[in-house]
Write a protein that binds this ligand. Sequence first.
Ligand SMILES: [Zn+2]
Length: 99
Amino acid sequence: MARQIPPFALEAKPLTDEAKKVQGFKWADAEVGTRHRLGGDPDFLQDPIWPECPECGERMTFYAQLDSIGDDVCIADCGMVYVFVCMDCNETKSVIQSS
Ligand SMILES: [Zn+2]
């Protein structure tokens, strides 16, 4: 059964020098790279997509959105990955969107 998880801010903190080098964008909007979140409502960049669980058919729970990191680690066109979970069946699906 889909439920809503309370929202948590997530921050991408580089753990190595290599990670520091790939973080950041030359031309993207300032918010790109900072939109990571766990729970709450997804910030869909395109039309909303709510996957259904392949096991039980119920609408899946939004778990997290993970933003692009930098020009070298960019999902689609400065997009994000949205992760959905069925808490009952332990199934997961993810969706990519970009603006
Ligand atoms: Zn399920």
